[in-house]
Design a protein around this ligand. Sequence first.
Ligand SMILES: Nc1ncnc2c1ncn2[C@@H]1O[C@H](COP(=O)(O)OP(=O)(O)OP(=O)(O)O)[C@@H](O)[C@H]1O
Length: 585
Amino acid sequence: MRLIFTFFKAYPTQSIITLGAMLLAGLAEGFGLSMLLPLLGVVINTTSGGEGPGGSTQSNLERYVAGFFDTVGLSPTIGVLLTFFVGGIVLTALLSLLANKKVGYMVAQVATDLRLALIRALFATRWEYYVHQPIGMYTNAYATEANRSADAYLYGIRVIALLLRTTVYAVVALLMAWKETLIALGAGFFILYILRRLVTKAKKAGQRQTNLLNGLLALLTDTLQSIKPLKAMAREDMADLVLQKETNKLNRVLQKQVFSKEALKALQEPLITIFFAFGLYVAMIWWQIPLATVITMAFMLVKIIKTLQSAQKEHQTMVIAESAYWSLVSKIRENEGAHEAIGGTVVPCFDRAIRLDKVSFSYGVKQILRDMSLEFPRGTFSAIIGPSGAGKTTIVDLITGLLSPQSGQVWIDDLDLAAVDLRAWRRMIGYVPQETLLLHDTVLMNVTLGDAKYSALEVEDALRAAGAWGFVSEMPDGIDTVVGERGSRLSGGQRQRITIARALVHKPRLLILDEATSALDPASEAAICATLRQLRGTLTILAISHQTAILEAADRAYRLEGGYAHFIEKNDFARGEGEGFGAPA
Ligand SMILES: Nc1ncnc2c1ncn2[C@@H]1O[C@H](COP(=O)(O)OP(=O)(O)OP(=O)(O)O)[C@@H](O)[C@H]1O
């Protein structure tokens, strides 16, 4: 029930409108049903000369209905009553249609809102937090948990609607015969009570499904990302074994859910029948109630109990899906707790230089940079080299503000990066990673990433600047050519140029290349280096690389080692050596 309250709090107006429509549908149905007894009364009175088999047959409801017809000036003939009965049912169908449409739209909205909230919260997290998140868990949350949460909302709304319907039927039945109705309600709740364990079991199985799916999807994503080496070493059977074990666990949990659901369905029917048979016996043999009244009452009371049981079935389905909602919400909350501070409000210009001033940085106890001072003057092409793990990417992450130094400052001209509006600063940066992540889409889409604000001319300019216009313009559809899965229709060098164009299209002031040419053949690399040299001056370029070609193309370089940076003179580039810079005195 906490879930239903939570949803009502999140969507108060829509939920109330939806329920209102469902309540009206229930009332209309009750109204149609309320015609049934007077209808039978009229039939029996007509055929037996005014009295049923048990003497005076006018129930309270018949009197109310007769009063209603008196007031509106109609006589309760079979024709009129049938018209009202059919009208009630048609109205019910119409209102149900409206209500179900509303619920359907709301369910889709809930899933969409949760997905967007998750993605926004994840994108806004601190980099250090983000890199430790299992991607598969988020894929699962986005695809499965959002859907299951929306299902939980749907079934929750249905539970409320069914309870409201039960109330409507109960009110109608109480007007007809309050004692029998109270007994029926008591029996209905008793049946719910004895079957409640099946709901609890289903809930536990739902929780287990949520936990298993989170782990399984995280494992599956990791496995699929590293399948090539596994296949090459014929070790995919190991991964298969683990996945198989987890998938089988999931299967068992799903079986438990099926069992609980089917058992609930199977037990409800006989229990109602026992109650019904007993009720009929008592009414007809002990209380001597006339057959017409007993039939109408039985119809009504069984309807009440059946509606209550439907509410229990929907509740069971709701609790199976419910844990997915709490899991998703806890991810959103955790992500919101790891929100990245976007720094200050000052928008930098970057007219002179980026400087690292006595910067120290550690991951936990592992010190990566020690009291390091570096400078990247505007318009220059700088290279950062050094052994693997020396901290080259860490420096870039400090410059982009993805990481913050534990001591020392990063300066953009004379502005401390801590006081800078980070998003404004990052919009001045073009970033090219080692892995070219091209979408299975057109060149245009790959350059703009779907941002419609860039014109075809701006895309062409970016492609020209990246040295990609030559081969793109020769493609059959130019910038509208689809590049294939992960850019498979392009060579490595061409893919990297498209990625550079993507980094250039928003006209950055600083272009960062993080080992962007390390996977390229010497010819492609040389072509990209020539492009970079042309861009230098209008752009400040910072390239992390192990490649001699990049080092030779750069104006200046730093070599990182042991937490310290050494400035390398242009003349010493070939040897990769240089005087100490930033090292302790
Ligand atoms: N998120 C992290 N958590 C913990 N340690 C990290 C994290 N990221 C990097 N490291 C560690 O910090 C050190 C520096 O990493 P960094 O990526 O900056 O090195 P690099 O010089 O760019 O290496 P490579 O050339 O191999 O890419 C490495 O030892 C790495 O294991």
